[in-house]
Design a protein around this ligand. Structure first.
Ligand SMILES: Cc1cc2nc3c(=O)[nH]c(=O)nc-3n(C[C@H](O)[C@H](O)[C@H](O)COP(=O)(O)OP(=O)(O)OC[C@H]3O[C@@H](n4cnc5c(N)ncnc54)[C@H](O)[C@@H]3O)c2cc1C
Length: 440
């Protein structure tokens, strides 16, 4: 039986290993970190948001959406749910937000089920095995160079050593070489580098001729120098955020939003961060802005109408009382003060110019964002190996035959809500099956 080596035992690599094993290949799964599945364990607040009720290519960024759609169609969210429930024995539950979690509310259940499935099809898992070189002798005959990692090995440091867009493999000889007929590269991106996803995968990909779309942190909190962060720290509400570049609105993100002492977190802020970081990576040094509408779905005109109607109905109704019908009171007061209105003032007594100022603040307030919190807090990495460099139906490399890529190492990342794991299950299934069949 011929041999597939899968590099990286995250969500994508474990899926690929299972699929290659199911296709009849002998499979070795190598993981740099001595502990496998760390990201699965920390995901979804340790509950693991496995997938989403409605997934399509518009939930993703990076490479061609046609290619993303094709891969998602090959193993859909519905199939992923059935896989977990029926095959892996992990019943899922749907939450109001459309997110699927294991019924156990415990990410360990997901990890255990994947490891058990891998074991059933004979996958040999080796953790603490960091691949630092891959070489193709002739077509279909690879050598995989492995560095053995001790339990106390530090991974975070490697990110700083790599940095930017120059990807270099560590200058040391491998401790051992493993022969392979096919390789699946599933090394993830750069986020949470202490889990072992430290950028070696990019260096391995470039060593066989791939390019890398400059990686930037995504789904990471936004940093801000804003008085609101102190005044309304801890407040959570639904907002619509806009990302502006040189007075052009380039992206929006809606959903829950948390005001924190350092800036902003919550799904809306995390979803917007990729746009900020991409613009900075593209060289933008000024002209970047994030604004918030604290009345998502409502226009300035409709807010004004409801203000006037409320003032007519209750001449004593205060600004705070009116805004407090849909905004947390602490935030309502703070925004009123920003418009130079005493929050206890009756609506009917507010001058038009001040009311107009408040309506602007409510619908398009500058949030004074000046940075993001980077890879240390990023749930995913935007950028990676371009989709043009892989076959769009099998994910085999167009640069090196016999090498397949899946998961976050590719230039694909999803919004918050289970989309990134869905990409791991879909792309891992496609790459693993194709690699397995190629050698069986
Ligand atoms: C805090 C947090 C919470 C998240 N929550 C969710 C969620 O609830 N839902 C969701 O959909 N997504 C979530 N994500 C995103 C999701 O975890 C990732 O998109 C997904 O795990 C990526 O899978 P992957 O297999 O491609 O990469 P990774 O999970 O990064 O796995 C890569 C693996 O490769 C190994 N590796 C790296 N380099 C080498 C090498 N040279 N040799 C050998 N092994 C190597 C690493 O040790 C690692 O185990 C979260 C991420 C974080 C950080």
């Amino acid at each position: 039986m011929r041999h597939v080596v899968v590099i990286g035992a995250g969500a994508a690599g474990m899926t690929a290993a299972i699929r290659a094993g199911e296709a009849g290949a002998r499979v070795t799964l190598l993981n740099a970190h001595p502990k496998v599945g760390l990201k699965i364990l920390m995901s979804g607040g340790t509950r693991c948001n496995v997938t989403h009720a409605k997934v399509d290519e518009r939930d993703f960024f990076g490479g061609s959406r046609n290619v993303i759609a094709r891969i998602l169609r090959s193993f859909t969210a519905t199939q992923a749910m059935a896989w977990f429930t029926d095959d892996l024995g992990v019943p899922l539950k749907l939450e109001e937000t459309g997110k699927y979690f294991p019924e156990s509310d415990d990410a360990q259940t997901v990890l255990d089920a994947l490891l058990a499935a891998a074991q059933r099809v004979g996958v040999v898992l080796r953790s603490g095995a960091r691949v630092i070189q891959i070489e193709r002798e002739v077509e279909g005959a690879w050598q995989v160079g492995v560095q053995r990692m001790s339990d106390s090995a530090s991974f975070g440091a490697a990110v700083h050593a790599f940095g930017g867009t120059q990807w270099e493999l560590p200058e040391r000889a491998p401790d051992e070489w493993i022969a392979a007929d096919a390789i699946v590269l599933a090394t993830g991106g750069l986020s949470f580098p202490r889990t072992g996803s430290d950028g070696t995968g990019y260096a391995l990909a470039t060593s066989v001729g791939h390019s890398i779309v400059a990686p930037v942190p995504a789904l990471t909190p936004l940093g801000a120098a804003d008085t609101l962060c102190e005044a309304a720290q801890g407040v959570t509400l639904d907002v619509e955020l806009s990302f502006w570049r040189d007075a052009k609105r380039e992206a929006t993100a809606s959903g829950s939003f948390l005001i924190a002492h350092f800036g902003y977190s919550g799904p809306a802020a995390l979803d917007l961060s990729r746009h900020w970081n991409r613009a900075v990576a593209d060289g933008a040094t000024s002209g970047l802005r994030v604004t918030a509408s604290f009345a998502p779905g409502k226009t300035r005109e409709s807010l004004q109408e409801s203000w006037l109607a409320a003032a007519a109905r209750g001449p004593k109704l205060s600004v705070r009382g009116h805004l407090g019908e849909w905004l947390p009171l602490r935030l309502a007061s703070e925004l009123a003060w920003e418009a130079e209105i005493d929050p206890v003032r009756p609506l009917a007594q507010v001058a038009k110019v001040r009311r107009d100022a408040l309506l602007t603040i409510l619908t398009e307030r500058d949030m004074h964002v000046n940075a993001t919190l980077g890879y240390e807090k990023a749930e995913v990495t935007a950028g990676g190996v371009p989709l043009e460099e892989v076959d769009s139906s099998t994910l085999e490399s167009r640069r090196a035959k016999g090498l397949w890529l899946c998961g976050e190492v590719l230039d694909v990342e999803g919004r918050l809500g289970g989309f990134n794991f869905q990409w791991a299950w879909s792309s891992g299934t496609v790459a693993g099956r194709a690699a397995g069949r190629s050698v069986s």
